[in-house]
Ligand binder design. Sequence first.
Ligand code: NDP
Length: 287
Amino acid sequence: MAAHIIDGKAIAAETRAQLATEVAAFKNETGVIPHLAAILVGDDPASAVYVRNKERACEKAGMKSTLHRLSAETTQAELLDLIAQCNNDATVHGILVQLPLPKQIDEQTVLDSVTPLKDVDCFHPENVGLLAQGRPRYQPCTPRGVQVMLEKSNIEVAGKHAVVLGRSEIVGKPMAMLLVQKGPVANATVTICHSRTANLPEITRQADILVAAIGKPNFVTNEMVKPGAVVMDVGINSVDGKLVGDVDFDAVAPIASAITPVPGGVGPMTIAMLLDNTLTAARLAAQ
Ligand code: NDP
């Protein structure tokens, strides 16, 4: 039987509509408009598109967004100065620094300089620590998007073997943390794989839920997937001007029980989760 295709676009639209209702109620109650400050350094076209999409999504949900565009020659000190201004601006609730940053700027120093209360990407060590301890302040956007898709698709996670392919700080590690923690849509037995993992197909074939986040087009083939597995494809790769995931969709869809497409799968969920965190940030500030 062909896999159920998990429609990330539809789930994201539903999540954003629900958020818009919550934002309206919050504004009524407090008179405060949740406000995201986005910082874009340089002229990477893909980053510019991502930031524009985030701004539009904010506006549609009734939130305010401010874009700070800095030139590719910006120094680290100048960027840190802008972040300090946003940290100190009480009308700003969330701060997003679009990655990647130009070579002259140290990414870790910059991300660490965002005050944890406004760190809606959940990159600050304090927020990562809270997440690791199972008491998150913010949810990491892409992994949380995957978790919401599992929830909305009524996929049982507790007790299942989840294999996460990739150990990045942005996707792989926090994905594993969300799935292993106690709570709803979690309680999985989790294995994390990376480029040094031996016998990779042997491990991925054990997965009830396989999350692919490695950035290699069509890497996961049908031989790497157990029949009936749930396959969540985080990868976004451009091949001959076409977007493809880390999973060979045409080969894997016939044997999986559920699968996310690329595009239209995990991608749209990331922005929805960023908005959710921005509303949380505004709520925390109002407390
Ligand atoms: P990174 O490059 O930071 O990490 C890739 C991970 O994959 C690393 O842990 C790496 O291992 C591992 N890896 C690479 N090659 C192999 C291999 N042959 N076998 C096993 N493991 C391997 O990528 P990100 O986590 O940032 O992103 C992953 C993908 O997800 C990309 O395509 C990216 O574009 C996409 N993405 C999508 C988002 C969305 O909104 N849908 C958001 C963020 C990312 P090692 O650590 O050993 O190097």
